[in-house]
Design a protein around this ligand. Structure first.
Ligand SMILES: NC(=O)c1ccc[n+]([C@@H]2O[C@H](COP(=O)([O-])OP(=O)(O)OC[C@H]3O[C@@H](n4cnc5c(N)ncnc54)[C@H](O)[C@@H]3O)[C@@H](O)[C@H]2O)c1
Length: 260
């Protein structure tokens, strides 16, 4: 997601610094961007010239955080970003489900913290869900809505409640598909065919879970379950077991479907 976001921001003519502390992650992101830009017939070299890998957080007008869906890791990053980025900078999160208000509380600028939730694949899907935390200012929300439009996206606003709108609807759908598989109602292929052809979805829920990452799906279900307190949001045991086994979906080569 970080690479996809960097790509669309650079494609709008803005300079982007790309940071990921894990070896090889930035290079993988750059390679994916190169492929995606070529497919979109964009000017690959000119766009990539605007993307600079950096070893740590740097001073910038805006941070868009897209690290693992782990509240403690994100809060720590927001704490560090608050110390490194200038006081007027906006700190945005691409989180799928972690409360923006709690990320804001880790900083001394809760009015300048906001959710900017892109969809996968970022260069292709045009929605940006914009989430205001409890203290997000009108100016911050307006700046992010304007940026989203400037990136060629359509923004829609959601309140800071678990899962916002998109994952409050999507994740129970994926979770129910995992239950259908667990209970032997149908094969993964048939579950996805039924959703694809029956509901005119571009891909079935299990293939979509594989694209999102099964670890991310479990993390989001956990947030919905804990935040809304309703057992209907508990992650399906099969989803959790696949994630525990390292069957994370496309990124590991295998999830509900096999990509090897
Ligand atoms: N996958 C999706 O479809 C999707 C869609 C919308 C939003 N999101 C959200 O985007 C975020 C990232 O998801 P993803 O699917 O790209 O995950 P991913 O696991 O593919 O990538 C996460 C990256 O974060 C890096 N990272 C981990 N800890 C870090 C730290 N402390 N500082 C900097 N980098 C760190 C990892 O090295 C990895 O490259 C999550 O919050 C997720 O909920 C994902």
């Amino acid at each position: 997601m970080g690479g996809g976001i960097a790509q669309v921001v650079a494609a709008s003519g803005r300079r982007v610094s790309l940071h990921d502390p894990y070896p090889g992650a930035v290079d993988r992101g750059l390679a994916a961007m190169r492929k995606s830009l070529a497919r979109l017939d964009a000017d690959v070299d000119a766009t990539l010239a605007l993307v600079g890998p950096v070893d740590d957080l740097v001073a910038a007008d805006l941070m868009i955080e897209a690290i693992v869906e782990d509240p403690a890791a994100k809060e720590e990053l927001f704490r560090r970003a608050d110390a490194v980025l200038p006081p007027e900078a906006i700190l945005a999160s691409n989180t799928s489900s972690i409360p923006i208000t709690s990320l804001a509380a880790a900083t001394g600028r809760p009015d300048r913290v906001v959710g900017m939730h892109f969809f996968n694949p970022v260069p292709v899907l045009n929605l940006v869900e914009v989430i205001r935390g409890l203290e997000t200012s009108d100016e911050t929300a307006a700046a992010i809505l304007e940026l989203a439009r400037d990136l060629g996206k359509t923004p829609a606003e959601a309140r800071d409640l678990p899962g916002f709108v998109s994952n409050r609807i999507l994740m129970p759908f994926i979770n129910e598909a995992a239950y259908a598989l667990l209970e032997g109602v149908a094969t993964p292929e048939d579950i996805d065919t039924i959703a694809k052809l029956g509901f005119a979805h571009p891909m079935g829920p299990l293939a979509l879970a594989d694209l999102i990452g099964l670890d991310t799906c479990v993390a989001i279900m956990d947030v919905l379950h804990e935040g809304l307190g309703d057992p209907k949001y508990a992650p399906c045991p099969l989803l959790r077991q696949y994630a525990q086994a390292g069957r994370l979906g496309r990124k590991s080569g295998r999830g509900f479907h096999d990509y090897t």
